[in-house]
Ligand binder design. Structure first.
Ligand code: HSE
Length: 381
């Protein structure tokens, strides 16, 4: 089967190398990029119409990133009857419903496994699990940069700023690292995962998010003294007909599976009514892991495997379900009735819901901009 790759950057060139190095049955007929690298003149075009009008090209792999022109290219490919795979979490999260409806209208497949979990076959298996099982919850480490930071702070005693700079040098961080440390990258991955899991459509605004920007070495030492490990987790749950999804630094017992995940690895789990817990661990970013996941989606399309119609019911979002306890470190005042334990300016609260904690964050950060909040995960299922 002949394919075109849009974007010859890190992921696109990774996918190209994977196809060239394998005998998987795919052939890259064209690559679209704004520049034509020397030696690739036969392959690379700057004119998308060359790809759109080529009936031999059955799959378009989008690895451009960002919303535009990726949106225009992907919708044009679907309208032209070509299957689409994409590594672009921003695009998939923003246009989830529209792209699925457009694909269905034109009898095409839309796949985006690398958009959350990078090289891990997470979305592929989540989609598969959701075919006949009822996904009750999902949870995981979906950002390598922040896991690298938290792991180095805990295991090496490094300072936040120092270890963020190393993560940037190693190429893990987003171009603007605030997308990593403030949780926005995970928020999109969480919305996409919850949409697939619960047969619905969640946008990023449906996912209240707390990041790790203000975590300190003292916070980490305090958590360690309590036998807890801090990870930035995406969590989504279905409770009856209601759905909750959120991103929070989360305090886990030392024996939780995520607590053992070091460096920039991702670890994502689902809980199905029938299958129980399934966990997936691996590289959530990088040229070859992500490029390989993009190619795997293309091979699935070629083999017509895992073909499942996606249903898109409206979610009943409710951020009051599944309240849990929080750690708060702030010099602002914390409502007395919330406090279960206090050590100076560190508090452990009674169970609170996301509406309560996010109203508090806004007020508290006005008074103490360094306020740091983490959820306490005491229910592992
Ligand atoms: N900056 C992201 C990460 C890249 O660190 O996981 C993959 O989405």
């Amino acid at each position: 089967m002949k394919v075109a790759i849009l974007g010859f950057g890190t992921v696109g060139s990774g996918a190209y190398d994977v196809i060239q190095g394998s005998s998987c049955g795919l052939t890259v007929k064209r690559v679209l990029d704004v520049r034509v690298p020397a030696g690739y003149e036969e392959l690379v075009t700057t004119d998308y119409n060359v790809i759109l009008s080529d009936p031999e090209i059955e799959i378009v792999a989008e690895a451009i990133g960002g919303l535009h022109p990726a949106y225009e290219f992907v919708t044009a490919a679907l309208r032209a009857g070509k299957h689409v795979v994409s590594a672009n979490k921003h695009l998939i999260c923003h246009y989830y419903k529209e792209l699925h409806e457009l694909a269905a209208e034109h009898g095409c497949e839309l796949r985006f496994t690398p958009a959350a979990g990078g090289g891990i076959p997470w979305l592929y298996n989540l989609r598969r699990a959701a075919r006949c099982d009822e996904i009750e919850s999902l949870r995981g480490i979906m950002n390598g940069t922040t896991n690298y930071i938290l792991d180095a702070m805990q295991s090496l005693g490094s300072d936040f700023a120092e270890v963020l700079a190393t993560a940037q040098q190693l190429g893990y961080a987003e171009a603007d690292p605030s997308a990593d440390i403030d949780g926005w990258d995970v928020r999109r991955k969480c919305a996409i995962s919850a949409s697939l899991a619960f047969h619905t459509v969640l946008g990023e605004d449906d996912v209240p998010t707390l990041g790790i920007r203000h975590i300190t070495q003292e916070d980490i030492a305090y958590f360690t003294s309590l036998g807890l490990c801090c990870k930035l987790l995406a969590t989504a749950r279905k409770v009856g007909d209601r759905v909750t999804a959120y991103v929070e630094p989360t305090l886990l017992p030392a024996d939780a599976i995520e607590s053992s995940i070091g460096s920039n690895f991702n670890c994502i789990s689902l809980w199905g009514k029938y299958v129980g817990c399934l966990s997936f661990v691996g590289q959530g970013a990088g040229k070859y892991p992500t490029g390989c996941a993009l190619v795997q989606d293309m091979i699935d399309m070629m083999e017509c495997s895992g073909k499942t119609p996606i249903s898109l019911g409206a979610p009943v979002m409710d951020q009051t379900v599944y309240p849990h306890r929080y750690y708060i470190r702030t010099n602002a005042s914390v409502p007395g009735e919330w406090i279960e334990r206090q050590d100076g300016n560190r508090y452990m609260t009674r169970p609170l819901n996301r509406n309560e904690i996010h109203s508090f964050v806004e007020e508290a950060t006005n008074i103490d901009p360094q306020t740091f909040i983490a959820g306490l995960e005491d229910n592992l299922a």
